[in-house]
Write a protein that binds this ligand. Structure first.
Ligand SMILES: Cc1cc2nc3c(=O)[nH]c(=O)nc-3n(C[C@H](O)[C@H](O)[C@H](O)COP(=O)(O)OP(=O)(O)OC[C@H]3O[C@@H](n4cnc5c(N)ncnc54)[C@H](O)[C@@H]3O)c2cc1C
Length: 470
């Protein structure tokens, strides 16, 4: 029986992100995927600002951006009435835009980065069974060379919506299917529209047509309460564009697909030494373009914690915080996408009238506008209630434990103590910066002792704890 510290099941964006993190941290692992190759189509298109920030540490953000169409404006209207007309300028990030990158390109960039680190994705290899004991997990794999039994300490289920890991753990994937039908087409258009703007037109019957710019064309998404042609055909997309008075006609079709949308998640992301991440743990409406981004966030959250446990002997209880932190994110994500669906795809005349009256006013209020776009960009994800979030000065305002620290991620897997002055504050603070760029411990003043205690008692690091960096 061969041995490995971690087996990553699934080499989609989530599994590859975890692989990139573990490879950077010198944690031994294997990554397998039953498919002979990665995504061939555009699928997840919207890469959010927070994801671009998180992927900087793996040095792939610039390459990803070379495949991106940057969307700077979003226009949502109902008929001829504008509801939301906003842009991303002033978003508190180095990436004040929505990067439209076809998932096949995102996966290619990740795969090339793994190659450069000497990591090979074992393709055509399927996880068929596993069992847990006191030492870890025994995994059964079936591949081109036959079957294999592998002993591993941890198993990361990054195996998508139909996750075998989730099924074998017998964890319920609770939720519901959305009644609406969705169809997408990647096309080249004859149009006067500029590719820096994303357009959504909401129809009175609860349907919607959206146009997303890509570097090499456009994506049309049609959402309909009525049956759509199956298989999808270009004429129906042209008709949907015409019905919503888009100044656009299809010149060439590259890919079309119909799909159903489900709102589902698991209650628990950890069962013993097995973890669920990405679509294996939560799936939801494409509204807001959150799916792939959330999986990448899951992987970044788990990676440094696994490294501390495997390489530094930190107590495995640290891994419970992956589950509690990301379960809260998954819960909020499903609530937000559910709400977004009900607002966007509503055929009730009263609800629509209320929406059409309130949204134009609300979206002009700076506070509402900023919250909305920072939420979509995943910049407001925070872990204030995590056991890892400790405020040394409980009454302080501004930066608090659990919040994202803008523009900061340590290079390695160790949290770092930093004495700094946040850009909108006057006095110095002491901060323990987690390797995923969130504040673990925050205290007024330049006192190292609280941070040292935090590293020992909360993170569980033994031995020498580094002194603050200024
Ligand atoms: C049409 C469409 C449009 C979308 N648009 C967006 C968008 O705009 N923004 C966004 O964020 N998201 C979007 N999504 C969702 C996005 O594609 C997914 O959220 C994303 O692919 C999830 O990544 P993942 O790595 O978690 O899972 P997957 O990408 O599903 O990867 C799972 C991998 O596990 C492998 N696997 C499964 N079972 C096993 C097994 N037993 N053994 C070995 N390997 C196994 C599979 O072969 C697969 O490669 C869209 C999805 C679709 C279909």
């Amino acid at each position: 029986m061969s041995a490995s510290a971690v087996v990553i099941c699934g080499a989609g964006p989530t599994g590859m992100t975890l692989a990139l993190e573990l490879a950077r941290f010198n944690v031994p692992f294997r990554i397998i995927d039953k498919a002979p190759h990665g995504a061939e189509h555009s699928q997840a298109l919207g890469v959010q600002a927070r994801t671009l920030e998180l992927l900087e540490a793996a040095h792939i953000t610039d390459r990803l951006l070379s495949f991106a169409q940057r969307v700077e404006h979003v226009r949502i209207s109902a008929g001829s009435r504008p509801l939301i007309d906003t842009d991303f300028s002033g978003l508190p990030t180095s990436y004040p835009f929505l990067a439209m990158i076809p998932q096949c390109d995102t996966e290619r960039v990740m795969c090339d980065a793994l190659d450069a680190l000497g990591v090979t994705i074992e393709r055509g290899v399927t996880l068929t069974a596993f069992s847990q004991d006191a030492e870890g997990i025994v995994v059964d794999l079936a591949g081109p060379a036959g079957t294999e039994r592998v002993r591993t300490r941890f198993l990361a289920g990054c195996d998508g919506a139909h996750s075998a890991v989730r099924h074998l753990l017998d964890l319920p994937f609770t939720g519901h299917a959305l009644p609406e039908r969705f169809a997408l087409a990647d096309v080249r258009l004859d149009t006067s529209l500029t590719p820096d703007t994303l357009h959504v037109h909401l129809a009175p019957d609860g349907g919607a047509t959206a146009l997303f710019p890509m570097r090499d064309g456009w994506r049309i998404i049609v959402e309909s309460p009525h049956p759509l042609p199956d298989p999808p055909d270009a004429a129906a997309f042209d008709a949907a564009l015409a019905a919503q008075a888009f100044p656009a006609r299809i010149r060439e079709t590259m890919w079309m697909a119909n799909y159903h949308v489900y709102q589902r998640r698991v209650e628990r992301l950890r069962a013993g030494n097995a973890f669920l991440l990405g679509d294996a743990a939560h799936i939801h409406s494409p509204i807001g373009g959150q799916g792939m981004n959330s999986g990448i966030g899951d992987a970044v959250n788990l990676g440094w914690k696994l490294a501390l446990v495997i390489r530094d002997g930190v107590a495995p209880a640290l891994l419970d915080t992956y589950a509690s932190e990301r379960e809260a994110v998954g819960r909020a994500l499903l609530a937000a996408t559910d709400y977004g669906n009900r607002v966007a795809f509503n055929a009730n005349t009263m609800v629509r009238a209320l929406r059409n009256a309130v949204l134009p006013v609300a979206s002009h209020l700076p506070l509402v506008r900023d919250r909305l776009r920072e939420n979509v960009a995943q910049l407001r994800i925070a872990y204030p209630h995590s056991p890892l979030s400790v405020n040394g000065s409980p009454a302080r305002r501004g930066l608090r434990a659990g919040m994202r620290v803008r523009g900061a991620r340590p290079a390695g897997y160790h949290p770092q103590t930093i004495v700094m002055r946040p850009h909108d504050e006057h006095a110095a603070i002491t901060l323990v910066l987690r390797p995923d760029g969130y504040a673990g411990y925050v205290s007024d003043g330049a006192h190292a002792q609280g941070a040292v205690t935090y590293m020992r008692n909360v993170i569980g690091l033994r031995g020498e704890v580094s002194s603050p960096l200024r």
